[in-house]
Write a protein that binds this ligand. Sequence first.
Ligand code: FAD
Length: 297
Amino acid sequence: VSLPPARQVSPDLSVSFEFFPPKTAEMEASLWSAFQRLVPLEPKFVSVTYGAGGSTRDRTHQIVGRIRRESNVEPAAHLTCVGASRASLEEVIHAYQTIDVRHIVALRGDPVDGVGGTYAPHPQGFQTTADLVAAIRRAGDFEVSVAAYPEKHPESRDFDADIDVLKAKVDAGATRAITQFFFDNAHFYRYRDRLQKRGVEIPVIPGILPVTKFAQAARFAGQCGAEIPDWFAAHFDGLDEDPDTRRLVAASVVADQVLDLTANGVTDFHFYTLNRAELVYATCHMLGVRPATKEAA
Ligand code: FAD
């Protein structure tokens, strides 16, 4: 029996990982253990989210600072406009400069009354995310990433309006966009074509959410307007009480997703880790992204 060769992947792939600031000591241990497991894969950067309405301002800063001090990995700090004056955001930006953090993921944030509410800028705040991007670039030598939406943002009237907002962020100095997660790659490919037609030239990195808990993913998807394709739901159907099988299915689903993306020219991936390494590590392995040495692993 001759087996087909393993799928070829490009040697030039790069990955980045997103973590969130944990609430408890136990969750914090899980964050650092995931971080340690993933660092040998030499991510381009790792990012740390900013809790809704700026609720994790200090914790985000602490975690990003620790990554800067204790590792060789480039940290990126998320920062949102919602509920904050310009002065307080400039203070946060300055604080990152002081600890030599040079990459900020600039975001608007969700309305204070939650996803689906009505967003209003803070009276003394930035009117748009593009204004925040510009302020960060003015403040010093920062790399600025922003968010992008292959299925368009739920508040966008249409794709053109959505891409106008992304273009404004690029014009203000954003150098990379990271997408909201999606499960059907067709959305990403269509979006990439739309961006190309509109002359958006910065790298747009797919955000990959490996799913082990289907119900949780369906909730996230409902909030951010990401489609759950029928085939995707069918894969997880009947596995609510069977975590072992669910994990195996999850690994297969996400591997198929990223391998299809590489087959369609994608070379950079941003993983929403949810502070867990196992599935992300396995997916990177499938991509051919491995620790440089056995010792590092
Ligand atoms: P923007 O790019 O400013 O706008 C997004 C959409 O809002 C636009 O496409 C448009 O539809 C609408 N819009 C904005 N301005 C206007 C206008 N003037 N007129 C009409 N429509 C307008 N949230 C957090 O709280 N913390 C995080 O750490 C965080 N990290 C994220 C990371 C990534 C990669 C992504 C994709 C999202 C993240 N979010 C985070 C969620 C994000 O804050 C929400 O999706 C928010 O609703 C939009 O933020 P944005 O920066 O994309 O906004």
